[in-house]
Design a binder for this molecule. Sequence first.
Ligand SMILES: Cc1cc2nc3c(=O)[nH]c(=O)nc-3n(C[C@H](O)[C@H](O)[C@H](O)COP(=O)(O)OP(=O)(O)OC[C@H]3O[C@@H](n4cnc5c(N)ncnc54)[C@H](O)[C@@H]3O)c2cc1C
Length: 359
Amino acid sequence: MSIDTTTATPAVATTDVLIVGAGPVGLFAAFQAGVLGLKCELIDVLDRAGGQCTELYPEKPIYDIPAVPGCLAQELVDRLLEQCEPFAFPMHFGQRAESVSEMPGAPAQDGQPAHPRMLVTTDGGKRFDVAAVLVCSGAGAFAPQRVALPEAAALEDRHVHYAVRDVSRFAGKRVIVAGGGDSALDWALALRKVAARVTLLHRREGFRAADGTVAEMRAAVAAGEMDFVVGMLGALRTDGEALAEVEVRTRDGSQMLPADELVALYGLVSEPGPIAQWDMDMRAGRILVDTTTYESSRRGIFAAGDIAFYPNKQKLILSGFHEAALALRKAYHYAFPEKALVHVHTSNNAALKEKLTHA
Ligand SMILES: Cc1cc2nc3c(=O)[nH]c(=O)nc-3n(C[C@H](O)[C@H](O)[C@H](O)COP(=O)(O)OP(=O)(O)OC[C@H]3O[C@@H](n4cnc5c(N)ncnc54)[C@H](O)[C@@H]3O)c2cc1C
C-alpha cells in the first residue's frame, strides 16, 4: 500500500471507491475491493492505520477473529495491512472527510438517469472523484484531547503539540511531555535523546502505560536523563510569541517549569465529525443501512463497521468485515454499470492468485 502523508495536492484523484477510515474494517474493505477488481483509495484523519485497535488497545489480545485463535490488536492491524498490500492502494493520512456531492453530467442509460459520480473533499484539500463511498469511520473521527487552558489554542502547533511528527523539531529544546499513557512515556523517552531537557508531567504516580515502558522511564529519571513531576497544568506563560514557562499545580502548591515546547498526550476523543451532516438517515449518530447491501439512505454511500446501524448490529470486527464485503458488491455496479459481477473464488482467478501468492 502506498502511503501518502502530504496535505498538499488539491488535484482530483479518480477511483472507483473511496474508503473513509483505515480501521480494521476499512483495511479489510480495501482487500475486498482489490479482490472484486475495484480500485480504491483510503483516507484517515489519524496519521496511521488501525483505528480503535491501534489507538485504544494495541496490546490487548483478540480471540474472536475467524481462523485466528488469538492475536494482539496491533498484530491484527499489521496482518490486515499485509493482506491488502498486493493491491498497493493509496492511503492518505491526516485527512478528514468533509463533504460529499453528486457530480453533474452523468449520461443517461436506457432512459434512466445513470448513477452520478461523487466528489468527496477532505480538510487537507484532497478531492476524490468516485463511483461510491464506503464509510468505515467507526466511533468517529478521533481527535486529541486538548489542554483545557484558554491560552493553549493560540500556541497550538507552534509550541503546544498533540502529536510528535518530527523529532528534530524538539532538538535542543526544553520539552514538557504531559500524560500518563504509552504515548506520553514513549515520546518522553524518545525526546530525551534530542531535547535539552525533558520533563514528564502526570497527575499521579501511577501510569496507564506498559510495565516495561514505566520501568524504562523510571530508570531514565534515576539516571538523571529526564525529570518526572507529579502535578497538573495550571497555566502557560509566554514571552512574546514563544512559550516560556509552564505553571504546574502540585499537592504542595505550584511550581514554574521553564519550557519551550509542551507535548500533551492525554489520549483521543472521538467526534461524530462532518459525516453526520451528509444528509443520510442516522440513528444515534450512526448511519442507518439496508442490510442487503449496507447502503445508506443516500445512494452510492455505504457504511460498514461500528458506524453502521441496523437492528441487532454487533460492534465487532467480524461484523464489519461481512458488511464491507457486501457493500462493495453493490458498489461494483455503480463503478461498472455495464458489467455483471461474476463470483469467482480467489483461488480460481489466475491473475488474482498470482498477485496474492507473490505478494
Ligand atoms: C477496549 C476495546 C476492546 C475491543 N475488543 C474487541 C474484540 O476483542 N473483538 C472485536 O471484534 N471487537 C473488539 N472491539 C471493538 C472493535 O475495536 C471495533 O468494532 C472496531 O474497531 C471497529 O472497526 P472500524 O474500522 O469500524 O472503526 P474504528 O476502529 O473506529 O476505525 C475508524 C477509523 O476511521 C477514522 N475516521 C473517522 N472519521 C473519519 C473521517 N471523517 N475522515 C477520515 N477518517 C475518519 C478514524 O480515525 C479511525 O481510524 C473492542 C473495542 C474496544 C474499545
